[in-house]
Design a protein around this ligand. Structure first.
Ligand SMILES: Cc1cc2nc3c(=O)[nH]c(=O)nc-3n(C[C@H](O)[C@H](O)[C@H](O)COP(=O)(O)OP(=O)(O)OC[C@H]3O[C@@H](n4cnc5c(N)ncnc54)[C@H](O)[C@@H]3O)c2cc1C
Ligand code: SF4
Length: 464
């Protein structure tokens, strides 16, 4: 079998892998190849249709698909080759990588390898909830995929276990799509997600959050009928007598992410007990010339930081090949965001991920760190507005992620979603909304209603 040669081989085309590809190419690597098992590059971001991505990296709030499209464009513009439908099945210590493709098995010999394979979700099995084994128990990522990509609602009455960011975001998404989210239960005494998500995904929609609470039983033979919730003590043990039953048809688990490192394990690379990667400060694994970035290295809160880390991995991969001094990753920089409960009687600024807690007392504002935060707080006090993201059916039955071009009044969010749900996307509509067609550079939304991701993406490019 012919072996294919390249300077830098990247496994995974999520934001980590795509940024690594861009920076490796820009640093002078002559052949940079990204292997992606999925049919579409972008990683998990393709199903994250909400906005809030790119606030750090691009200085604007993008949806997941918009962010992924930008990252792909940057990688391809730099000269990197992104190959989808390439499932990597193994790697040797000597950087020989085998991929399964529609055209057969391919083997690559790489000067350096960057592992950017993301993470997977913990399931019911990982947390051992007692009870029946009915249909209706999902992980949050699966529900995100069903609702945002496959146009399937898992249920109408939902309990969410775990208050990490994905759980919080799905609580809002399911509510917007008409489900009744009865509760978000969190075993810890504080929510695990960002304060800005607690505020804008739960509080804003009146979704109850029960901390120090867990699911102690799953009830239902064939289909889920109810879950038993119990309060827990400081050792996270259920307190007898606190059980209550929540009748529901879906239980959504958002109970943690596990770095996806089976390829690394197979090559004999050292991992931490939580399956994250052991790397040095240059993002190099225990095998020289093999680097790691993004969620497969260590699960991170924001795609923006994943991209930044990918960029450094790409630069260091090239420096390694040239025998140059490598750059250091600053572990601290990703820990500046406010997590847990928002402070009482404050506005959580959602303009950037820091989530500053802004107080307004008799018209005087405090707690903001920049002018944008002050403007946001004033707007929140006078006329709160939101960008609405959702999906729209295309003529061929597929879902297209869409968003309002500007903001709508907070009080009109549900009505906007209802109106969008009643529409069907068509090429003609793209003409109406976007000026000269789907790929027009004018963002359209002449009616002030909808923006289409592809259009926004091109607009971003043209205006930069
Ligand atoms: C369900 C879910 C929802 C999330 N929502 C958000 C959010 O709303 N906001 C946010 O900032 N972050 C979110 N995250 C975190 C998110 O994972 C990161 O922000 C970011 O996408 C991670 O980038 P990555 O490149 O490390 O991994 P990913 O985006 O997961 O990309 C990894 C890629 O590697 C590919 N791959 C894996 N194994 C192989 C193989 N053997 N061969 C070939 N290709 C392979 C995968 O198909 C995938 O495309 C979410 C994560 C999950 C799991
Ligand atoms: S006040 Fe400024 S720094 Fe703080 S969250 Fe808002 S935009 Fe970010």
């Amino acid at each position: 079998m012919n072996k294919l040669l390249c300077d830098v081989l990247i496994i995974g085309a999520g934001p980590g892998g795509l940024s690594a590809a861009k920076s490796a190419s820009k640093s002078g690597a002559s052949s940079v190849i990204v292997l992606e098992r999925d049919t579409k590059p972008g990683g998990i971001l393709n199903q994250c249709i909400h906005d809030g991505f790119g606030l750090i990296r691009y200085g604007r709030a993008l949806t997941g698909p918009e962010y992924a499209a930008l990252a792909l464009k940057e990688a391809e513009d730099s000269g990197a080759e992104v190959l989808t439908g390439h499932h990597v099945t193994g790697m040797t210590k000597g950087r020989e990588v085998t991929a399964c493709t529609r055209g057969g098995i391919k083997t690559y010999c790489a000067g350096t390898v960057i592992l950017a394979t993301g993470c997977r979700e913990r399931t019911r099995g990982a947390i051992s909830i007692p009870g029946d084994r009915p249909a209706g128990v999902f992980t949050a990522g699966v529900v995100q995929n069903l609702v945002n990509i496959r146009n399937i609602m898992p249920g109408k009455r939902v309990v969410i276990l775990g208050s990490g960011d994905i759980g919080l975001i799905m609580a809002r998404r399911l509510t917007l799509e008409g489900a009744d989210v009865l509760a978000v239960a969190e075993i810890m005494p504080e929510p695990c997600g960002l304060a800005r998500n607690v505020s804008q995904c739960l509080y804003e929609f009146g979704i109850p959050l029960y901390v120090s609470t867990t699911v102690t039983r799953i009830i239902g033979k064939k289909k889920l009928e109810a879950v038993e919730l119990s309060s827990v003590d400081e050792n996270m043990k259920p307190i007898p007598g606190t059980q209550r039953i929540a009748e529901c048809d879906s239980l959504v688990l958002s109970v943690g992410l596990i770095p996806e490192n089976e390829i690394a394990k197979g090559a004999g690379i050292s991992l931490n007990p939580d399956n994250s990667m052991k790397t040095d400060k240059f993002l190099q694994t225990s095998i020289q010339g093999i680097f790691s970035c993004g969620n497969s290295r260590h699960v991170m809160d924001l795609a923006d930081y994943v991209s930044e880390q990918g960029e450094l991995a790409g630069i260091n991969a090239v420096k390694y090949m040239r025998g140059e001094d490598m750059l250091t990753w600053d572990e601290e920089k990703t820990n500046c965001m406010k997590k847990g409960f928002p402070e009482k009687d404050t506005i959580t600024c959602t303009v950037c991920p820091n989530g500053c807690q802004i107080k307004c007392v008799s018209g005087t504002y405090s707690g903001y760190k920049c002018r944008r935060g002050l403007d946001f707080a004033v707007q929140e006090m006078t006329d709160p507005r939101r960008v609405v993201t959702t999906t729209m059916l295309t003529g061929d039955g597929e879902l297209m992620p869409v968003r309002t071009a500007g903001t709508v009044r907070k009080s009109e969010v549900m009505e906007t979603i209802r109106r969008i749900r009643g529409m069907k996307y068509s090429e003609e509509m793209a003409d109406i909304f976007c000026g000269t067609g789907k790929y027009s550079a004018s963002t359209g939304m002449r009616q002030g209603l909808l923006g289409l991701c592809s259009v926004y993406y091109l607009f971003c490019m043209d205006s930069s």
